[in-house]
Design a binder for this molecule. Structure first.
Ligand code: TYD
Length: 203
């Protein structure tokens, strides 16, 4: 049995990535794949409890980073790695690129701290493909304002989201093969056509 592949979706809050998660999963299922859809922080019972704390409790920035990686350890050990080993494809709404974007770009934690935790928890494991949904900060802000009640991250000022976006784009420039940038201002149909082409390349 070939191991499955790991696909992650990223973008600032309001980029619209969650809309495309189901499309990615359905596309892969049509190819006959077993697909596991999950999210970070979260994806396991303990991870979902940590998510509640992360999204709603005030905390120190390093505590936030450590809890993100505690949830990620649990997610890898309890869900992602076993699923990939049995041949399933795993699609995750966010993963470690979000820690570089939000905790480093947004909060200003030095990147080497994140790299240390990444090496500890992932031991070289990285996604096979990351779809980065990119939108200008004002568009994302309008979309956030139209959405449901804001969590702790979504209440941040617009400068925070500009830094998050730039950190994501820097990562995409550094790893252009893995991280593919999509213009999230396009229509859903155009975006999904582009996503389909990228998934085809992975098959
Ligand atoms: P999000 O994925 O936007 O979920 P929803 O669509 O339900 O709002 O929410 C998760 C939040 O967690 C998001 O604001 C980004 C943040 N986050 C980090 O700051 N660092 C991380 O490593 C991860 C995985 C998420």
């Amino acid at each position: 049995m070939n191991p499955g592949k790991f696909i992650t979706l990223e973008g600032v809050d309001g980029a619209g990535k969650s809309t495309h998660l189901g499309f990615v999963a359905d596309w892969l299922r049509r190819q006959g794949r077993e697909v596991v859809v999950t999210r970070e922080p979260g994806g396991t019972p303990l991870g979902e409890t940590l998510r509640e704390l992360l999204l709603h409790r005030e905390m120190d920035a390093d505590t936030e980073l450590l809890l993100m990686f505690a949830a990620r350890q649990e997610h890898l050990a309890g869900l992602i790695l076993p699923a990939l080993a049995r041949g399933a494809w795993v699609v995750s709404d966010r993963f470690t690129d979000a820690s570089y974007a939000y905790q480093c770009g947004g909060r200003g934690i030095p990147a080497d701290r994140i790299a240390t935790l990444e090496a500890w928890v992932q031991r070289g494991f990285v996604p096979d493909l990351t779809l980065l949904f990119d939108v200008p900060p004002d568009v994302a802000e309008t979309r956030r304002a139209a959405a449901r009640t804001a969590d702790r991250f979504e209440r941040e000022a617009s400068g925070f989201f500009s830094r998050v976006r730039n950190a994501y784009l820097d990562r995409a420039r550094a790893e252009p093969g893995r991280i593919r940038v999509l213009d999230a201002r396009l229509s859903i149909a155009d975006l999904q056509a582009g996503i389909g082409e990228l998934l085809q390349e992975l098959e």
